[in-house]
Design a protein around this ligand. Structure first.
Ligand SMILES: [Zn+2]
Length: 286
């Protein structure tokens, strides 16, 4: 599935980030995949069915207020303290992806089951551009998935909305739950991803059945993002962001107190000194 260039009318393959003929830049392949009309139609059908079920069971207004919260969600990336500290130091520090770290030899592939699953999944979802994708989660309260690091970095919507897409769950777990075989990995089930502006539809389609008439607004954040006992039990809506991220993308930072060594207090102070003058609050939570 390709597209036609607005400028030169040439054919642009899906994975291209610019027109191969006239070099018109600024295309985000993950967003284009989510914009596929069949994908959007399948999502809207699932979303409408979820709202209809809520109405039948007598909690449509709860579902609608959940939807309002989901429209205001942000993307959050959790990383270890040391890495966020490096990013906070200068505009020139860029958050590298797993594949970039591996290529540069900084990170050695473990060769275990998860590395293989991750590689196959990423190739299925981001064929030809997997090394460009950064992963995050949707958050309604600024907290992220702690298994990925003690620092939750909430990203500015204006810096990512045009290049972000969302998927109903962790993409590796998605492959397992939908039993996508390697042989069929070029055709993924549709209706589970969305462009940023329609992320609430993915949230509703996935989570409306977990609501009930008494669900209060205070519960929304934890219905959206559940910390698991093990990483594979974490439950969240995954965010895919194409391209680099720097501290200019930071909106708000929350550091988890648990596991924080005494020396980390110094790091916290350092982070606050670097980021608060840029208007990025740094907070602790338990
Ligand atoms: Zn062109």
């Amino acid at each position: 599935m390709g597209m036609t260039c607005d400028h030169c009318s040439g054919e642009i393959p899906l994975a291209a980030e610019r027109c191969p003929h006239c070099a018109l830049p600024g295309l985000f392949p993950n967003v284009r995949a989510a914009e596929d009309p069949r994908e959007m139609e399948a999502l809207r059908t699932r979303y409408a069915a979820a709202i209809a079920r809520a109405a039948r069971r007598g909690y449509e207004s709860t579902a609608r207020s959940f939807e309002q919260t989901m429209r205001k969600t942000r993307a959050v990336i959790n990383r270890p303290l040391g890495e966020v500290q490096r990013l906070a130091r200068s505009d020139d520090e860029v958050y590298a992806t797993y594949y970039q770290l591996r290529e540069s030899g900084v990170r050695v592939p473990q060769g275990d089951a998860w590395d293989k699953r991750r590689a196959i999944t990423d190739e299925a979802f981001f064929s030809g551009y997997r090394e460009k994708i950064r992963f995050g989660a949707l958050t309604a309260d600024g907290k992220g998935v702690w298994h990925y690091g003690d620092v939750a970095v909430v990203l500015k919507e204006t810096m990512i909305a045009h290049r972000a897409s969302v998927l109903e769950e962790n993409s590796v777990m998605f492959m397992q739950r939908h039993k996508v075989r390697v042989y069929d990995a070029h055709v993924l089930p549709q209706g589970y991803r969305a462009i940023w502006a329609e992320r609430e539809k993915v949230c509703l389609a996935k989570l409306a059945d977990r609501l009930h008439a008494q669900t209060g607004d205070a519960e929304h954040a934890q219905i959206l993002l559940k910390q698991g006992a093990k990483p594979e039990e974490d439950d969240f809506v995954e965010v895919h962001i194409w391209g680099p991220l720097t501290r200019r993308c930071f909106e708000h930072i929350t550091i988890r107190k648990t596991n924080l060594r005494p020396a980390a207090r110094v790091v916290l102070k350092d982070l606050q000194e670097q980021l608060e003058p840029m208007g990025v609050p740094v907070e602790m939570c338990s």
